[in-house]
Design a protein around this ligand. Structure first.
Ligand code: HEM
Length: 143
């Protein structure tokens, strides 16, 4: 790697972090790219990662986890990703085992606020902030 980087002809030394204006990468765009993942890239399809079914096109993504940029890549990749995955898996397992979930509104009425972390909101009621109305009821557990 070179020890300097050019931005508009200026060469700042890379001994300090360089602020590059107007340069950003969208992790979501990479994670959902049809060119990389195929035409069903927006679909929830966990079997993509089973038995090495990931397309060749994503194998060059230098991500730390599952060819996705959610936890970034390289020296500043998330160091907490394993604990984050463990927490999400154990929480989802407990919730899905004990409760049934159903949307309380039409899926067409759900919008996504683009922020550092994307959040859902009700498109017909944007002033009420981030929310995802759901009907949640306990599963009928047979003992
Ligand atoms: C779903 C949960 C999480 C996501 C999506 C996530 C994502 C990320 C991303 C994208 C970065 C890179 C940020 C950047 O350099 O621009 C990062 C960095 C980092 N994450 Fe996470 N993270 C999660 C949970 C956690 C947890 C649970 C911990 C700690 C227990 C953690 C600790 C860190 C640390 C210390 C860095 C900075 C690493 C560095 O700059 O060297 N993260 N994370």
């Amino acid at each position: 790697m070179s020890s300097s980087a050019s931005v508009s002809g200026v060469l700042p030394p890379l001994t300090r972090p360089a602020l590059i204006p107007h340069a950003h990468a969208s992790f979501r765009a990479i994670n959902r790219s049809k060119e990389l993942w195929g035409i069903d890239s927006e679909k929830f399809k966990p079997e993509r990662w089973v038995e090495n079914h990931v397309p060749e096109t994503v194998k060059s993504i230098p991500a730390v986890w599952s060819n996705m940029m959610s936890f970034l890549a390289g020296p500043h990749a998330c160091i907490g990703y394993r604990i984050a995955l463990l927490q999400m898996k154990s929480m989802l397992f407990t919730l899905v085992r004990d409760f049934e979930f159903e949307l309380a509104i039409s899926s067409e009425d759900i919008g996504r606020r683009k922020n550092i972390v994307g959040r859902p909101y009700v498109a017909s009621d944007p002033g009420s902030g981030s929310q995802l109305p759901m009907l949640i009821q306990p599963c009928n557990v047979v003992v």
